[in-house]
Ligand binder design. Structure first.
Ligand code: AMP
Ligand code: ZN
Length: 468
């Protein structure tokens, strides 16, 4: 069965075929770096990482572009309020540039901790001001731009199908007018370029043919995706909140200037929710970071595992209990896996079943169920290891690289290990062998190398398992 993906544009799961044979262009809206990412944001990047790995498994070479929004995202999606970067700068008492740099670094650290594959291109909005200005000029030439007292706006009234991605009720919106229109012609019009206020010197501002100022938020993604992927590429992703405004506006811009709806597939990850069932939002200041989990001795990969337990198109309700359960399941898998020897062959039936789940719109909860069925099957340990390895190219749990932390090893086992180290130092090989047998009997496998002894993990049926 070929890979099939849900496309928000058509509201259907349809077979995926790439525009160019064997190659996929994928653009993912990245973070606004005025604060740390919260674990809700990170859920969306885990979904996109799984998508990328599934595409690679299906034989595609993926060009993956992620932008960093470091200017232009205003506190209100209606293009009002303050630039989030300038606000973050005031709050922290540091320059907007310093804020952008340090939160970008923190974001990339979270990215790596979650074992997300490095994008082909990280593209920063402030590195692409010229491209954004050039794009606005194209829109101007096509007749979609008008000027107000505070900036240049895109005239959505000129597009009959504006907002199709969100199935927007434009007539209803216009009649209700709950959002202030200001100088705008239509409620849905959005800023392409904002002028710096005459009495304030902004930290981030540039000259343009229309006056000093800064780009609107949506133009960066149309301009940067065009630069790195062209005007018509395979996949555009983000969180579900982007459907109504940000992605609708990106489509409007590219359609106006280049006549395409930008991407063949539009894919959206659903939200991680907290107890009140409200969305987790950075702007509310009340959010959980990856570091918050790590401070509670829960590792980043356990959060990744938790994300795999829910389909990307359902809400995932966060609780500490579910995260603890994910950590326990992950530890169990790690211990089992590390006790199995290398050198086996994959089991083709299990791989085929796993592929069916992944290819059916990334059904990772069901793919995980196949994994646990495999793990509990009577197949030889080397086959289990080879097959789980194969699955991990999509799951991204990094099982092969995992080493037990000292904190994972029970104290009695640690005592035996240090006694064995002393015996080895004294070249008392008989004693070292005896202790090895004791360790194996308790389920802990130890290997010797030039660098010293190395605890590999546990053998199946062990009794002393750290987190069990
Ligand atoms: P931002 O840094 O706010 O621009 O958001 C970065 C990404 O996280 C975007 O793709 C958002 O759609 C996504 N996002 C924001 N909140 C959540 C949430 N609670 N759960 C999942 N994804 C989210
Ligand atoms: Zn975007």
């Amino acid at each position: 069965m070929p890979l099939a993906l849900y496309d928000t544009w058509s509201r259907t799961v349809r077979p995926f075929t790439s525009i160019l044979v064997g190659k996929v262009g994928m653009y993912c809206c990245g973070p606004t770096v005025y604060d740390y990412a919260h674990i809700g944001n990170l859920r969306t990047y885990v979904f996109e990482d799984i998508l990328r790995r599934a595409l690679t498994r299906n034989g595609y070479e993926v060009r993956h572009v992620v932008n960093i929004t470091d200017v232009g995202h205003l506190t209100s999606d209606a293009d009002e309020g303050e630039d989030k970067m300038e606000k973050g700068s005031r709050r922290a008492g540091k320059s907007a540039w310093a804020i952008a740099r340090s939160f970008t670094e923190a974001f990339v650290a979270d990215w790596r901790a979650l074992n997300l594959l490095e994008p082909t291109v990280w593209s920063r909005a402030t590195d692409h001001i010229a491209e954004q200005i050039a794009f606005i000029r194209e829109l101007e030439r096509a007749g979609y731009v008008y000027r107000t007292s505070d900036g240049l706006y895109f005239d959505t009234g000129k597009q009959d199908d504006y907002g199709f991605l969100a199935r927007l009720d434009r007539a209803g919106l216009q009649a209700g007018k709950r959002v202030a229109v200001g100088d705008k012609k239509n409620i849905t019009d959005f800023a392409l370029w904002k002028f710096s206020p005459p009495d304030i010197t902004r930290q981030m501002e540039w000259d343009s043919p229309w006056g000093r100022g800064f780009p609107g938020w949506h133009i960066e993604c149309s301009a940067m995706s065009a630069k790195y992927l062209g005007h018509w590429f395979d996949l555009h992703c983000g969180g579900e909140d982007h459907i109504a405004v940000h992605h609708s506006n990106e489509i409007a811009q590219t359609q106006a200037a280049h006549g395409t709806r930008l991407a063949n597939f539009w894919m959206h990850g659903h939200f991680l929710t907290l107890d009140s069932h409200t969305k987790m939002s950075k702007s509310s200041g009340d959010f959980i970071r990856l570091q918050t989990l790590q401070n509670r001795n829960i590792d980043a990969i356990a959060y990744r595992y938790l994300c795999l337990t829910a389909h990307y198109r359902s809400k995932l309700h966060f609780s500490w209990a579910s995260l603890d359960a994910a950590q326990i399941a992950l530890n169990r898998l790690r211990h089992l896996y590390s006790g199995w020897p290398d050198g086996g062959r994959i089991d083709p039936d299990f791989v085929a079943r796993f592929n069916v789940e992944v290819d059916e719109d990334l059904n990772l909860p069901r793919a995980l169920a196949v994994l646990w069925e495999l793990v509990k099957s009577p197949l030889p340990p080397a086959t289990l290891r080879a097959t789980v390895d194969n699955f991990d190219s999509v799951l991204g749990l990094g099982l092969r690289d995992w080493k037990p932390l000292v904190s994972d090893i029970p104290e009695n086992i640690q005592v035996l290990l240090s006694e064995r180290e002393q015996a080895r130092a004294k070249k008392d090989w008989a004693k070292a062998d005896d202790i090895r047998k004791t360790l194996t009997a308790r389920g802990w496998r130890v290997e010797d190398s030039k660098e010293g002894q190395r605890l590999i993990g546990i053998t199946t049926g062990a009794t002393d398992i750290g987190h069990e």
